[in-house]
Structure formats: C-alpha cells, structure tokens
Design a binder for this molecule. Structure first.
Ligand SMILES: [Zn+2]
Length: 416
C-alpha cells in the first residue's frame, strides 16, 4: 500500500537563490511550488536552495555524522529541503554500493571503483532527484507533476507520484517513443502519456502550452531538469554518500560522470562544497575529487564549451546517440556544470559511439549490470588514461547511473 504521509519542508532552509545572478528568490512562504527565477530574462534561470549551515551543523553534531540509519534518502534529511520521507516513499532510494573492480583496476593500473546506481527502485539515479522534486512540490502545495522526457526521468517521476497516491504524472515524450521501454515503464507507474514533437525540447514546449493554466496556478509542477530546485538537491545525495563512504581522507582522485542535463555533476559538487563549509572537509588537508563530464561525440555541448573556455553551454544539433541520457543538446544549468568541473580542476571528455558500445559490452562481460551511459563512463576512463590526465596509482570512481535492463529492453540494442 502506498504511504500517503506528506513530506514536510525542512526548516534548515535559509533561503532560495538564483543560480545565475545570486539574488535571493522570494519563496512566498513556500505556499506554492518553486519554479525558475524571475530576476533573469524569461523563462528564468534555475533556483537553488541554501541552508542555514549553523543549524545543520548543530544537528549533524548531535547525531554524530552525515548519514544516519534511516533507510534511503531520509538519512540525509538535515541537508535536504524536505523531511519525513517515509520508508515506503524513498526508503529504497540511494545508499547504493561502491565496490572496486579488480579486473578494471588491473587493466588500467588505477583503483577503479564502481558506484552502482542501477539498484534504485526504477533502475536509475533519476530516482534521487525525482523523489525529492515530488516531495518538495507536494510540501509546497502541488497536486500533480509533469515533465517532458526521452528516458528514465519520466519513469522515476511517475513512480514517486504513484507512491504519494497522486494523480498520474503527466509525461510528454517525443513522437517515435510510442511502445518503447520508457513509455511502457511510465505507463506501468500510472502516468498519463502524450507524444509530441521530434525531441524533448519540442515535447516540453507543447506540454507547457497545453498545461499553462495548471502550471501557473501551482497545482501542477514542471519537474524538468533544473526547472525546480528539488531534483538538484536529490542528486546531491550522491555526493553526500560518496563522502560518507570514503571519508575526507579517502576521497577518490577522480569522479567520472555521464553528463546529460548535468544535475548529478552540479549536485555532487554542491554536496562537497556544503561539507567543506560545514567543516567536514578541510581544503588545506583534504583534496576534493576532480569531476569529469562525459558526453557522446554525437552530442557534446558541455565538452565543446569546456574546451573553448566558455562560461555558458551553447546548444548544439544532436546527431543522435545510443545513450539516450546523453542526448541533451543544451544545458539550462551550463554555467554551473562548467564551474563545477573547473573548480574541481576536472576535465570533460567526448567519446565515440563505437567506444560506448565496446565499453558497454566490456561491462557486461565483467558482470557489471549497467547502461550505455555507463559504457561512455568507462570509455572516458580509457581516454583519460591514454592522454595521461589520469596517471597510474590514482583512484577513479565511475558513476554507473542506470541498469542494463533499459538498453537490453530496446529492440535495437547493441549487445555483442
Ligand atoms: Zn535569476
């Protein structure tokens, strides 16, 4: 039975700020859901949550550390915008395993550590962000959620809407996704699914036109990537977990992350910076991991912007990639993705489709139950070793963001 206990706002929130201008955003007493800012030109820029770190610190000291024994995401409640995430809502989200791959470590002469996000309830790391987005929207009075999707995000949003007993999530997909695995999965979790446009941007535009009234009333919340602050906070838990697992003295030298919208990359960096401000990490003694964004050569706006030393990500025309999660031709939070990579002294790598498929199949042969995006991550490790950016003896955490079941459930999968 779904548990209809309602998540509550966390009073450790100090304020909301615009990610671009840094100006404070009026939260209106959290009586209505939070969307994009109104200080920047329409439609606005992403809004981020700031915490009263002295209150967080007092709470963490009292409990003796970052994570507690509660199952799932509730363990990180002091640094989340919502509390009261019941075990039946988010008890099986996050807290994913980290394990060293002996064969990959031996092959690459570095410690290769695998964080397996495929064990999340809908099979991907999207569950972290969508659980918090749905919880935060509900705590601010929303009754229903919507998003355009061409992948796992729509499935996750549908699952968490169902767990709160809400009306089915409104999911817009590009035409051509009918009867695909994402359609079937979202429908399984009760979504109302519509097909429009040839890509996710066109689907989203149609959705915002069709539902303009409900979106402006706050009954319906658009949980597109970075359109509200909850998804970033949920993804931040990956960074909190990495810290919890390794401790300040044992953090990996590198974290390689497959970058579509970039919520996870920005979220991991936000977590590490908050931990630094809280005093858990001392910049004089502890070195934070270098973050690496990976994209496909077929659709690499973040990599191009990084290489050209830009401060913003300029949209590209996607040539299509087998890794759906990387088929994101623009980035609304591009400025933060780029600054997260640069502040961490990380890097950005585009990999070929051939390399993605080859590495995906390598993962299968090693017993790693992962998706094409994870193939891209392993291919990026190979590139960085070849270019000697990663050197022997270093430790590298590969974020394996989703399970093998989606790629294998697609008719045109490239297993071999
Ligand atoms: Zn703004």
């Amino acid at each position: 039975m779904p548990d209809h206990g309602k998540p509550q706002l966390n009073d450790n929130i100090r304020r909301l700020i615009c990610s671009y201008s840094g100006q404070e955003v009026d939260a209106n007493g959290f009586r209505r859901p939070i969307g994009l800012c109104s200080c920047c030109p329409a439609p606005g820029k992403p809004v981020v949550v700031e915490y009263a770190l002295e209150k967080v610190n007092a709470e963490l000291e009292a409990r003796g550390g970052i994570a507690r024994a509660e199952p799932g995401l509730e363990a990180f409640a002091p640094l989340l915008p919502v509390r009261g995430l019941s075990p039946s809502f988010a008890g099986d989200v996050g807290r994913t395993s980290v394990a060293k791959s002996e064969p990959l470590s031996a092959e690459h002469d570095v410690d290769v550590l695998i964080k397996n996000e495929g064990t999340n309830p809908s099979g991907s790391f999207k569950d972290r962000g969508l659980a918090i987005a749905v919880a935060l929207g509900t705590a601010c009075g929303a009754r229903r959620f919507c998003l355009p999707t061409q992948g796992n995000a729509g499935v996750a949003a549908s699952l968490f809407s169902a767990r709160l007993g809400l009306e089915g999530c409104v999911v817009y997909m590009p035409e051509g996704y009918q009867d695909g695995i994402y359609h079937r999965e979202a429908a399984f979790f009760g979504a109302e699914i519509k097909f429009s446009g040839t890509n996710i941007a066109a689907s989203g535009k149609q959705m915002r036109e069709d539902y303009a009234d409900q979106l402006s009333s706050g009954d319906l919340v658009d949980v597109s990537t970075f359109f509200e602050p909850g998804r970033l906070e949920g993804k931040k838990t990956m960074g909190l977990e990495i810290f919890d697992h390794f401790g300040p003295d044992g953090l990996p030298d590198w974290i390689i992350y497959p970058t579509g919208g970039g919520t996870g990359l920005v979220g991991i960096w936000k977590a590490l910076r908050e931990l630094q401000e809280l005093g858990f990490v001392d910049p004089k003694r502890h070195r934070l991991p270098k973050l690496v964004a990976v994209q496909s050569e077929q659709c690499a706006p973040v990599i191009r912007a990084f290489e050209r030393d830009l401060d913003e990500v300029e949209p590209v025309q996607s040539q299509g990639t087998i890794a759906d999660g990387l088929d994101v031709p623009g980035a609304i939070m591009g400025h933060a993705i780029l600054s997260s990579i640069r502040e961490s002294q990380g890097s950005a790598v585009a990999v070929s489709e051939e390399a993605i498929v080859k590495a995906f199949n390598t993962c299968g042969r090693l017993g790693l139950p992962v998706s094409y995006e994870c193939g891209a991550v392993l291919a990026a490790l190979e590139n960085l070793k070849r270019s000697a950016q990663i050197v022997p003896g270093e430790s590298v955490l590969l974020l394996m963001t989703a399970s093998h079941l989606v790629p294998l459930g697609q008719a045109d999968n490239a297993v071999g």
